[in-house]
Design a protein around this ligand. Structure first.
Ligand code: SAM
Length: 238
């Protein structure tokens, strides 16, 4: 696969421009030269063969030679609602959730983790999504949604398949088999709690709103491990 770069506006026509950190990376880290071939994506689902025409101080101009729809998405649209851990663990979770094919990540604000990510922190997470997509070949970006309080989240999800990871719940394989068999549902939302777990009140509210609790095995997993185990289990179904 040619080196991939992200263009943050839809690519239309025969030219494209890289700016910001993408231009910096290509010009100063990869030491790009005019004439070099690269691959571009703009999050629309396509990838574009391109040739570097001019390397400027802060931007790179390219000619676009071809467009190809390349679908590396899962057949099921997964929304991961998660009480995000802090710092590097958060970035790692976002990177791996991107690789494992989640379509959307909703930071959950829960009773035991009531910090709301700042808009700057969310922007950094979006940057992590781009970096992971460059590496893993996805041509659609995992959306980082605005943080949502768990209390109002449970009743606002339209997906028929709605699952909460919670120790003592039903066996995950059986629940996923029933939810995803024969392409029955093409969208699923999964929720993972904070380090202290969801409170009884949160679990009761989720149950009352029709969510199913699933157990991920005998060990108590850290937030990011639980989230990735669920994503991998769903990906393996499809
Ligand atoms: N003491 C907390 C509890 O009992 O819920 C542990 C919380 S765990 C560190 C963080 C989150 O990961 C949980 O809220 C749950 O969503 C998920 N999780 C961790 N281990 C799990 C397991 N074995 N089964 C289901 N969910 C699990």
């Amino acid at each position: 696969m040619a080196d991939r770069f992200f263009v943050d506006v839809p690519i239309a026509g025969e030219s494209a421009r890289l700016t910001g950190s993408e231009a910096h990376h290509l010009a100063h880290v990869m030491r790009a030269k005019a004439g070099q071939q690269v691959s571009l994506f703009d999050g629309s689902g396509a990838e574009f063969a391109a040739r570097i025409e001019r390397v400027g101080r802060a931007e790179i101009e390219l000619s676009v030679q071809g467009r190809e729809e390349v679908n590396r998405e899962l057949p099921v649209l997964i929304t991961l609602a998660v009480a995000l851990p802090k710092g590097d663990r958060q970035r790692w979770l976002v990177e791996k959730a991107t690789e494992l094919g989640a379509a959307r990540l909703v930071p959950l604000v829960t009773e035991r983790s009531n910090d709301r990510e700042s808009s700057g922190a969310l922007e950094k997470l979006r940057r992590s999504v781009i970096e992971a997509s460059k590496q893993c070949g996805r041509n659609r970006l995992m959306e980082i949604a605005a943080p949502r309080p768990a209390a109002s989240f449970w009743t606002g999800v339209a997906d028929a398949a709605r699952i909460v990871a919670h120790p003592g719940g039903a066996m995950v394989r059986g629940v996923l088999d029933a939810a995803l068999a024969d392409g029955k549902n093409n969208a699923i939302t999964v929720a993972v709690g904070p380090e202290g777990g969801f409170t009884d009140a949160e679990i009761d509210a989720a149950r009352a709103a029709g969510w199913q609790m699933v157990d991920l095995g005998r060990s108590i997993l850290r937030v990011e491990t639980a989230a990735l185990a669920l994503l991998a289990a769903i990906g393996a179904q499809g």
